[in-house]
Design a protein around this ligand. Sequence first.
Ligand code: AMP
Length: 398
Amino acid sequence: MSVLNKKTVRDFDVAGKRVLLRVDYNVPQDEAGIITDDKRIRASLPTLKYLLEKGARVILCSHLGRPNGEWKMGLTLAPVAKRLQELLPGTKVVFAGDVIGAKAKAAVAAMKNGEAVLLENLRFHKEEEENDPAFSRTLASLAEIYINDAFGTAHRAHASTEGVTHYLPAGAGFLIEKELSFLGRAVENPERPFVAILGGSKVSDKLGVIANLLKLADTLIIGGGMAYTFLKAQGYYIGKSLVDNEKIGFCKEIMEQAKKTGKQLLLPVDNICADEFSPTANIKIVDAGKIPEGWMGLDIGPKTVALFTEAIKGAKTVVWNGPMGVFEMEPFAGGTKAVAKALAECGGMTIIGGGDSASAVKNMGFADKMTHISTGGGASLEFLEGIELPGIAALNAK
Ligand code: AMP
């Protein structure tokens, strides 16, 4: 079923209702418990403010870190409640102190319209990740409507992402709505030409994504460390470059598939290679197959940049996951930067699928030139792989 017709927060009459809002407050904190980056808290504000302005009573819930089902005070959401209160000076924000216990029930019972309660870290209960039905039902019983706005955990069937939807009407918040509208359109109904670009380290991490994007896109571009397994499968010498020897057969099949279906599959035609994995290594630019013995390919070369840029030019839809080289080291960041620039200039809908390519695009100053940068690394990869995300599938259709 299409993800493009899921109910959203706008489809519910929330005035005076208790709304359970699943957010992603998995924020980085230093040793003293000070939040070092509050962008996930700020990202939750549009949906939260919408609900508060409509007079809902908003019960926020999130996980933080990996407490493995135990109470770990270092992973309490109390500092997040404090920060949220600072961001919403005119709103009463109460920290519940537990998840489904007496404190949470009392805090919810005392709420008035337009107020918010933040529950304690969901993962203090092992039942959250086990998607335990009794836990889900108790969590759901706090509320009358459920809204999910945590895309980063939507690929997990947990109590707060899937379990509660068995007991409450369920819809998407604005963040998930945006993810679905861009990723969903790319996967279900892309404007063509559709160019998909994959990079990053290993072929084995992205088998499903490679296969699915080859099916969906008109052109599949492969760069980064994963390209060397493809090049080796074509018979090229790759020196000490990264390789997944067990996946050579898979790469051959993909190349065969591309030929059979008339899809364009582009691989690097030259590389920037180095004599060691270091930013101060000796560097050479060589054609594919010409990497000197003992050297490794750490970025795409200038001919490849030209080839990839040409393929991206004029694309109406571009999806990109994974850097073209070891972009963390300046001498090997050029290919990733060039591809980011090509996306910025192509004029089509450009979608960055989370993780390293998202941080590369942001660090290189191209973030505001992209149509959409997904917030969920794992979730966006599973989405592009064509897997139904349990937290999305569980939301009601319009
Ligand atoms: P992934 O998490 O699979 O998207 O991989 C991202 C990582 O791939 C980054 O840390 C890059 O440094 C690394 N990477 C990209 N190209 C290469 C390459 N040619 N050799 C080794 N690592 C690479």
